[in-house]
Ligand binder design. Structure first.
Ligand code: AP5
Ligand code: MG
Length: 186
C-alpha cells in the first residue's frame, strides 16, 4: 500500500510548503484543498464563485462540498499508485470521519501536526499577503482552527497515528523532522 499522509497545523504553519517537499521526497501526490478551491476561483466555476467570499472572510467551506471534492480526488488512479499527502483536509470532525470511511480499515499511515505558535504564523501570513491574509481573515481563520480543527489532534492520537513536529526553523530542518517520523513507520 502506498503512503497516506495527513499534514495538520495552524494556518501559516507551513503545511503547503512541507507537503510540496514531501511530495518530491516520497513521490506522494500533494492534494491541497485550499489550492483546489483557489483554482476553482481562478477558473470562475460555480464552486469558485461561491467559495471566494467564504475564503476571503476566513470562514470554512461547507463539509458536504469539501468531502465530495476530496472523495472524488482520492478515487483517481494516481493516488492508489503513488499515495498521497493531504494538506488542508480534514479540518473538522465530520471531515475526519468521512476520511476514515473513504480510506477504510487502513486509515492514514501518519498525521503530522506542524506546531508553530500563533505569533509566528500571523507574521508569516502577513508577510505572504494572499487575498485571505488580511488581519481580520487571519484572526477568523485562527479562531476556527482552535474551535474546529485542533480537536482533530486527539482524533488522530486516539487512532495511534499522530506525530507532533516542531514547525519552527528552516524549511529543511522541519522537513528533516517530518521525514524522521515517516521513516520510523513500520
Ligand atoms: P488553505 O489554503 O488550506 O489555507 P490555510 O489553512 O489558511 O493555510 P495556509 O495555506 O495559509 O498555510 P500553510 O500551513 O499551508 O502554510 P504555508 O506553507 O503556505 O485554505 C484556504 C481556505 O480555503 C480556508 O480558510 C477555507 O476557507 C477553505 N478551505 C480549504 N480547505 C478546507 C476544508 N477542508 N474545509 C473547509 N474549508 C476549506 O506557509 C505560510 C508562509 O510561511 C509562506 O509564506 C511560507 O513561505 C512561509 N514558511 C513556510 N515554512 C516556513 C519556515 N519554516 N520558516 C519561515 N517561513 C516559512
Ligand atoms: Mg497552504
Amino acid at each position: 500500500m502506498p503512503l497516506v499522509l495527513v499534514i495538520l497545523g495552524r494556518q501559516g504553519s507551513g503545511k503547503g510548503t512541507q507537503a510540496a517537499l514531501l511530495s518530491k521526497r516520497y513521490g506522494v501526490v500533494h492534494i491541497s484543498t485550499g489550492d483546489m478551491l483557489r483554482a476553482s476561483v481562478a477558473a470562475g466555476t460555480e464552486l469558485g464563485l461561491r467559495a471566494k467570499a467564504v475564503i476571503d472572510a476566513g470562514n470554512l467551506v461547507g463539509d458536504d462540498i469539501m468531502i465530495g471534492i476530496v472523495d472524488e480526488r482520492l478515487s483517481a488512479d494516481d493516488i492508489g499508485v503513488h499515495g498521497v499527502v493531504l494538506d488542508g483536509f480534514p479540518r473538522t470532525t465530520a471531515q475526519a470521519d468521512a476520511l476514515a470511511e473513504i480510506l477504510g480499515q487502513s486509515g492514514p499511515d501518519l498525521a503530522i501536526n506542524l506546531d508553530v505558535p500563533i505569533a509566528e504564523v500571523t507574521e508569516r501570513m502577513l508577510a505572504r499577503g494572499r487575498d485571505d491574509d488580511t488581519e481580520e481573515a487571519i484572526s477568523r481563520r485562527l479562531e476556527l482552527y482552535e474551535a474546529e480543527t485542533a480537536p482533530l489532534l486527539a482524533w488522530f492520537e486516539t487512532r495511534g497515528c499522530l506525530a507532533v513536529v516542531d514547525g519552527l526553523g528552516t524549511e529543511g530542518e522541519v522537513l528533516a523532522r517530518i521525514s524522521a517520523a515517516i521513516d520510523a513507520l513500520p
